[in-house]
Each structure stands twice: as C-alpha cells, then as structure tokens.
Design a protein around this ligand. Structure first.
Ligand code: NAI
Ligand code: MG
Length: 379
C-alpha cells in the first residue's frame, strides 16, 4: 500500500509568527518522521505584511494556489504597526482566506493545557480550576460579513448614518450546529451544548435558537446530545463569575463568538497558550476537512525577534491540525501530552518549563526542543 502524503502550507506571517510556526513545524516534521503509514510535507508561503512587502498584497495568487492544493494551513499571525494604517492591510489576507475556503466554523478551546497553570489565571484559582470550554463560532456570516454602509460625516447635510447588516439562513445555522454536535460527541458522555444568542431582541437569534433546537432534536438527541439556550449578556457574566457552568461546547454566531472566545481565552492565563481551528467541514474523516490552524494571539511586535515568544499555542494548533484535517487523533494526543509534561510543574511530575509570559525564562526554541524530546518518547 502506498503511504499517504499530506500537504501542509505554513504561513509564518509577521512579528513572532515565524518564530512560533518554526517550532510547530518541527513538531509536525517529527510526527511525519516517526509515522509508519503517512508523511507530512510542509511548505512555507508568503502571507500578511510579509506578503505586502514582497508582492504588494497580503494574499498573493501563489499562496492561494498552494493553499488550494493543501490539506491544511498553519498560520502564525499577521499585522503590525508597519502596515497599520495603509489601504492594503495584512488582516485583509486573513478575512479573504476565511471566505475563499468557506471556513465557517471557528473552534477555540479555553482550557488549561496543564493544570499546574491554574495559578496564572486572572480568576481565583477555585473559580478557574476545571474550566473546559470549547467555543464554536460561526465565522463567515453575520455582522462582520454582511452589507455595510460607511457614514458620510464630511458632506454638509448628510445624516451621517452607518449600517451593518446581520443575515443568517437555516443552512448556515444547521451546518454549524452539526459541527458543534460532532465535537460534543467526541466525549463520552457527550459534552453539553450551550447555544448563545440574543433571542429576546434579534430576529437572527430567534432563527438561530429554533434551528439549533430542531437540528439537535432531529439528528443528535438520540445520541445523548443536549442543548440549552442562554442570552449573550448573561453568558458573558457567567464566563468570568462561574465559567464551569459553561463547560462543554459554547455555540454562537460570528460577533458574539468573537467576543466570548476572547473573554474565555484569558481564563487560562496567557494569550500564548491557546490554539484555534477554522474549518470548512465536519472533521469526521468521511471527506477532506480543509482547515486553517493558528494560535489565538497576534503578531506581538513588542517581543518579535527576541526568541522569547511562547510557541505552545501554535504547537497545540498543529495538534488540532493533526486531529481535524489529517484525521490523526493519536498523534494529536501525543503532541498535547508532550506539551502538558513540559508545562506541568516539577511537583506535579513535569518539567516545569515556562516562557516569560508565564513567569519563566525559557526561550521559544528551548520549549520546542523539550516538546520534541518528550514527543519522541510518545510516538
Ligand atoms: P498580540 O496578541 O499580538 O499581543 C498582546 C500581548 O500579548 C503583547 O504584550 C504580546 O507580547 C503578548 N503575547 C502575544 N502572544 C504571545 C506569545 N506567543 N508569547 C508571549 N507573549 C505573547 O495582540 P496586539 O498587540 O493587540 O496586536 C499586535 C498585532 O497583531 C496587531 O497588528 C494586530 O492587528 C495583530 N493581530 C493578529 C491576529 C491574527 O493574526 N490572527 C490576532 C490578533 C491581533
Ligand atoms: Mg477577536
């Protein structure tokens, strides 16, 4: 039998992007080296500010072509003060990539990669401990994508009105619900779905609530998936006062998901720790699931080039890539275990290695080296 070859495009991007994707790429290379029945081929492409400098646009044709031919994409981060105010901005590349590949589901876990990190949480330890939330955010519809009218504030007599349109249809809500339910079913018993909306005000939310309820009842309740519904304002309070009440899958639309996923991501203590996946389909192995994987942080220009960025969020993004787009759950779990052992405090049986954002003094490469060393023993 010929061995399966997966193609992964690495988009290092700007700032600390190249430093953190460098470490995650080494992890994928080791997985490929040790695998018996598959190989991973990595290639780097220009993206973001780096692409604006080299080719005049944030998402050059050649990068799109390479991504079209790939099974998955691993991104560092884009942006920085150098391109901040220009007409052509690095972030436009990211939005274009999401829309081009219809990456409709943004999956963001907010959990502790190591329980030893709980004391770094801005929440009290007993409130933060045990938080285990995955935010599933609809990513290609809603207010951020709908028709927009900019205000005209300079023409005398103009009312100076601006508008942004929120639109959802049944299909949009059904497919994101199926994806959330699929993720819920990866645990036994299934994780609980918490659907978040503003159904007391918005028509889109009333559509959302009804379609989520009906889809879960029709397709997933016989498998034990349950859903409850909460209003976004009160969910935002619960997220910081008692986040464990939201343990499970938080399912929500684009703008609410943007806000709630950022809110939940501070619970584990550093932006540098957490991964994300943006998916174009169900990662159930039945058909290809193209995905874009990236840490949740930005390009951190304040620490770029110093070799001190925390690479864990990007390494864990590579683990999600293995799980969802390459269908390799065992290898994904091995990477997550290696990360946990490197981060776990020595009194908890780990190596207790931390980058500066977590109060330690290990560099990005040192962390990468240790993760590789431990991973080698697990594969
Ligand atoms: P940021 O996430 O880049 O940095 C916020 C703070 O967290 C900084 O003090 C930074 O040093 C620290 N930090 C972030 N990642 C870290 C890591 N891996 N290890 C250690 N410390 C880390 O957010 P900021 O400063 O608001 O944005 C900087 C640039 O990044 C902007 O141009 C922004 O537009 C862009 N950005 C890009 C994103 C993406 O590519 N998906 C997401 C968020 C921001
Ligand atoms: Mg955000």
């Amino acid at each position: 039998m010929s061995e399966k070859v997966y193609n992964v495009v690495v988009l290092p991007g700007d700032g600390i992007g190249p430093e953190v994707t460098g470490e995650a790429a080494r992890v994928l290379e080791l997985v490929s080296q040790k695998a018996k029945d598959f190989k991973i081929k990595l290639q780097s492409q220009l993206f973001g500010g780096a692409a604006i400098d080299a080719a005049g646009k944030p998402l050059p044709e050649e990068t799109i072509k390479a991504c079209e031919a790939a099974d998955a994409m691993l991104l560092g981060a884009v942006g920085g003060p150098k391109w901040g105010v220009g007409k052509v901005r690095p972030e436009q590349g990211l939005l274009a990539l999401r829309v081009h590949f219809d990456l409709y589901a943004n999956v963001r876990p907010a959990l502790f990669p190591s329980q030893s990190l709980v004391k770094h949480s801005p929440l009290k330890e007993d409130i933060a401990r045990g938080t285990d939330i995955i935010v599933v955010r609809e990513l290609v519809k809603g207010l951020y994508i709908g028709e927009r009218q900019e205000a005209d504030l300079d023409t005398p007599g103009s009312t100076g009105e601006a508008s942004d349109m929120m639109r959802y249809n049944k299909h949009d809500v059904e497919r994101i619900t199926r994806l959330a339910a699929y993720l819920a079913l990866q645990s036994k018993p299934p994780k609980k779905l918490h659907s978040i909306d503003k159904a007391n005000v918005l028509a889109c939310s009333r559509l959302w609530r009804r379609v989520v309820t009906e889809t879960v009842e029709r397709e997933f309740s016989s498998q034990g998936v349950e859903v409850d519904h909460q209003l976004v304002d009160s969910a935002a309070m619960v997220m910081v006062s008692n986040p464990k009440k939201l343990n499970g899958i938080v399912l929500t639309e684009n703008m609410f998901g943007d806000i709630l996923s950022d809110e939940s991501s501070v619970i584990p203590g550093s932006l540098g720790l957490l991964p994300s996946a943006s998916l174009a389909g169900l990662p159930d192995g039945k058909s290809a699931c193209k995905g874009l994987y990236e840490p949740i942080h930005g390009s951190a220009p304040d620490i770029a080039g110093q070799g001190i960025a925390n690479p864990i969020g990007t390494i864990l993004s590579a683990a999600l890539l293995l799980r969802y787009s390459l269908g390799r759950p065992n290898e994904a779990e091995a990477v997550e275990t290696a990360v946990r052992k490197v981060l776990d405090a020595q009194e908890d049986g780990g190596l207790g290695m931390r980058t500066k954002d977590l109060g330690g003094n290990a560099g990005s490469k040192e962390i990468g080296d240790k993760v590789l060393e431990v991973l080698e023993t697990l594969l």
